[in-house]
Design a protein around this ligand. Sequence first.
Ligand code: SAM
Length: 282
Amino acid sequence: MTSLSKNETAFTAAQWEEIEREEHDRVYAHLDPFQGSDVIDPARVMIWEDYCYKAGARPDRGHRTRRLFELVDIDNLEGKRILDVGCGIGQYSVFFAMKGADVTAFDISPVGVERGKQIARVNGVEDRCRFEVANASDMPYADESFDIVIYHEVLHHAIKYPNVREETLRVLKPSGKVVISETLRGNKLLSLARRISMSGEEAKGDVILETDDLRGFANGFSAYRIEPMSLFFMLKRVFHSRTRNPMVRFLLWSIKKTDDALLAAFPSMRHFCGECVMVMRK
Ligand SMILES: C[S@@+](CC[C@H](N)C(=O)[O-])C[C@H]1O[C@@H](n2cnc3c(N)ncnc32)[C@H](O)[C@@H]1O
């Protein structure tokens, strides 16, 4: 028996698609991020990132989502064509449409796509936010169609399918950009903790990317930048369900401030970060 190289997996792309579709369909059938209402208030979206230490903020993926919004240039989306790859239930796709963009969103999960259509309808943007079932390895769009391609927490799934990088380049307009939000495998201690807490997740296609994986994805683009973030702030995962407690919120706020100060004073500590955003220019 020969062992698989780093970029080979035990399943074919078709098998992975089936595994991941079933897994995400199951999750999205019960996911209710808006606690009973699909109405998105754009003014409140911008504080989702502070959920760990702001009372009453909706749980979200944190500061990297806010940074992704900044890189997308969220207040200047009028007339921009956005592609939201692996949109899940489409809450970000709908938010981009509410900010004036013309959005196309797709996912391998039909349940996620149906939820996305519903959220777009409820928020009155179904005319400029279209959803469909598709795989990033074969995007059903013409060459040079989009100004911005978004991968919000998706690349660690999509990267194992063939042609995803090539398809991304193909559908992007000249000088268009790709904005990615991801977790990062840099810190050995963090990787060990994840390996334990995520045991079983890799079998569902969930992997943590390394900086080299991201650099490889940038091949063929004219420029890219990786912005690592979150050192000790990764502890937020441990306290995730306890953020109603003001002491926990204060602790996480203090950790975040410490992280920011450490990274500003010692930039080489970025190698130990657990999350990142990345921007690539065609
Ligand atoms: C962690 S979820 C993120 C969903 C959404 N972007 C968000 O941030 O809420 C990853 C999503 O990627 C989708 N996905 C995984 N591989 C894909 C592929 N090759 N093509 C399209 N979607 C894919 C999954 O079905 C899932 O909905």
